[in-house]
Design a protein around this ligand. Structure first.
Ligand code: ATP
Ligand code: ZN
Length: 284
């Protein structure tokens, strides 16, 4: 059996989805307008679809699993199992108004016309604050709606905010944050589940490795204690003597988030010749 995965055909999630699979050692020949293709070295078959169609295909069992933004899932309200977040496709769904508007609170939206492609999420958000507004559903180019007099505000996906800015808008409320997630049909059979577990194991190894760096440094032996105190490591740092007596080489793994802070502390503690190397896979 082959596990069927639905991936966005062309858009913001396509490249990162394929890259993730590739880093999991799964070769999928995408492109050429193909709708479907099989991996050559893993029991996986990929379907290339519009992102909005992915939850339904997985729900109906046409595909077993899929990669889609949380924003799409929440808007459609499907009963899918979220297997795991994937760390890419990060964005937020936000409300924005004209730059010059003196926005104070969500109550400023009372009675206003808001253009969005996410009417369900927006409706729930407004309901929570007891704000009544006219939701005008449009499927694309939402950001131009205020400029052409179609709406007073918009509710749209934002990542850097530059699209809002260039359309004379400012972000005023964050409705939700989103990233790409791996979803599965809840009724996946035993065999399919086995392949999925194998895939998830590999995905975890790739995601962990992306968040961590391997670090090597040299230090005089009397400084080792204070250097090791800075380094977390997977278990503890590896210490190997150098050919030059009285010196050692220290190896460890550090998280990208605290990376620069650790480097500063290491230098202050007397580390020299610090090397930082990307990790390809991390199995812990
Ligand atoms: P399709 O043709 O597949 O329907 P689309 O135009 O609806 O594509 P894209 O713009 O490619 O969709 O976005 C796909 C997903 O990427 C979004 O649903 C969201 O989860 C994520 N995303 C990340 N950053 C952004 C952003 N700045 N704007 C829009 N979507 C983003
Ligand atoms: Zn779409």
């Amino acid at each position: 059996m082959k596990l069927k995965i639905a991936i966005q055909k062309s858009g913001r999630l396509s490249e990162d989805s394929l890259k993730l699979l590739k880093e999991c050692g799964i070769d999928i020949a995408a492109g050429g307008g193909k709708l479907r293709t099989e991996a050559s070295n893993f029991p996986l078959e990929a379907y290339f679809l519009r992102d909005d169609d992915i939850p339904k295909y997985v729900q109906d069992g046409v595909a077993d699993i899929g990669i889609v933004g949380e924003n799409v899932l929440l808007e459609q309200g499907n009963q899918l199992t979220v297997v795991q977040p994937l760390g890419f496709g990060k964005c937020r769904l936000s409300l924005a108004v004209a730059k010059g508007y003196d926005y104070q609170s969500v109550y400023d939206l009372q009675g206003k016309k808001i253009a969005t492609s996410y009417p369900n999420i927006l409706r729930r958000f407004l309901q929570k604050s007891d704000v009544q507004a006219h939701i005008h559903e449009i499927s694309g180019s939402v950001e131009i709606a205020p400029g052409i007099g179609l709406a007073d505000a918009i509710c749209d996906l934002v990542s850097s905010g530059s699209t809002l800015f260039s359309n004379g808008l400012k972000e005023v409320e964050k409705v939700m944050v989103s990233e790409a997630v791996l979803v599965a049909n809840p009724l996946l059979g035993i065999e399919g589940k086995k392949i999925l577990d194998k895939l998830v194991f590999r995905i975890n190894a790739v995601l962990k490795s992306r968040k961590n760096k391997y670090i090597l440094l040299n230090a005089p032996n009397e400084k080792l204690e204070s250097i090791c105190a800075v380094l977390p490591g997977m278990k503890s740092p590896t210490i190997v003597p150098l050919a030059m007596s009285g010196w050692s080489s220290v190896h460890s793994v550090v998280q990208e988030d605290d990376f620069w802070q650790i480097i500063d502390s290491l230098q202050a503690a007397g580390a020299e010749g610090i090397l930082v190397v990307p990790i390809e896979k991390m199995i812990v």
